[in-house]
Design a protein around this ligand. Structure first.
Ligand code: NAP
Length: 286
């Protein structure tokens, strides 16, 4: 049973079945928001609601079905939320996944699917919410980007390209919507322990016939090491809640080990130095 008290601000989040989405839903509910936690498979809501019950916030979370790549889902979910709860104060575009592989070997269909979710899904949900926020002259839209939206690595082309596109879209939208009282924000995490790593690893197979087999093997080892040593995702969740409470949030919030250093190095160092360093790491023998 979800209760909505008058003046309780409403957060609408995508991809709330696990990872940052689930943790952010809980943290926002604990911070006093009414959370509409959307997910493409509602049978996964039990995990979120179980944790919500333990924290005593289940009355502040409503789950709704939404696959961000399905326009019919969006057309039905967004008006339903606005009708039922009067408002969407904060939209958190979190749903996403990481597709990897070397460009030559990634089917074009996999590139398109990556963009359908990470970019076009995010744009479609945003477009559905924008008229409502513009009319109210109020709202915050938080887009989950990544360090991969600022700096691309070999073998992660589809993911990096989709997140670079999210960055460009968000810069433009920020400038369009600021005059209407709507703040657009990018949260740019480094590596955190969620299921994104195990799901992404399924794209990596070492094919000994492949001209990229050595690089793929090194990348698989790097990703597996990162997955094991990645930070606690609660750090990102806390940051997102903090951003929702800002009256005048920044455009970008980089977060995580070395993320600020990496983005600074990219602007300070000549590109040739950077590429030399990265390539030495990926394939020391070449
Ligand atoms: N973890 C990191 O290190 C990291 C770093 C930087 C940025 N990010 C970004 O953070 C966001 C969340 O990722 P995560 O790390 O929390 O990964 P995760 O644990 O794999 O969670 C991803 C969520 O997105 C959902 N999703 C995927 N495709 C969807 C679709 N078409 N429609 C609706 N929901 C969909 C998944 O639903 P299912 O359960 O149905 O698959 C899941 O709930 C992503 O945008 C990711 O790029 C993560």
């Amino acid at each position: 049973m979800t209760f909505h008290t008058p003046n309780q601000p409403v957060v609408f989040i995508t991809g709330a079945s696990g990872g940052f989405g689930l943790l952010t839903s809980l943290a926002c509910a604990e911070a006093g928001y009414l959370v509409v936690a959307s997910m493409r498979d509602l049978s996964k809501s039990e995990n979120l609601m179980e944790q919500a019950r333990k924290k005593g916030v289940e009355a502040s979370i409503a789950c709704i079905r939404l696959d961000v790549t399905n326009q019919e889902d969006i057309d039905s979910a967004v008006p339903e939320v606005i009708n039922r709860f009067d408002a969407i104060d904060v939209l958190i575009n979190n749903a996403g996944y990481a597709a990897g592989g070397f460009t030559e070997e990634v089917p074009l269909e996999a590139w398109r699917e990556q963009f359908e979710t990470n970019l076009f899904g995010l744009i479609a949900v945003t477009k559905a919410v924008l008229p409502h926020m513009r009319k109210r002259q109020d709202g915050t839209i938080i887009n989950l980007s990544s360090i991969s939206g600022r700096m691309a690595l070999p073998g992660l082309g589809p993911y990096a390209a989709s997140k670079f596109a999210v960055e460009g879209f968000s810069e433009a939208l920020r400038l369009e919507m600021l005059p209407h009282g709507v703040h657009v924000v990018l949260v740019e995490p480094g590596s955190y322990q969620t299921d994104i790593w195990s799901k992404g690893m399924s794209d990596f197979n070492v094919d000994l016939e492949s001209p990229y087999s050595e690089e793929t093997e090194t990348l698989m080892k790097m990703v597996s090491h990162i997955a094991k040593t990645a930070d606690d995702p609660e750090e990102v969740t806390r940051l997102i809640v903090k951003v929702t409470q800002e009256n005048n949030p920044n455009l970008r919030y980089p977060v995580g080990k070395n993320v600020k250093t990496m983005t600074r190095l990219k602007t300070l160092l000549p590109w040739r130095w950077l590429e030399h360093m990265i390539l030495k790491k990926i394939n020391p023998r070449k």
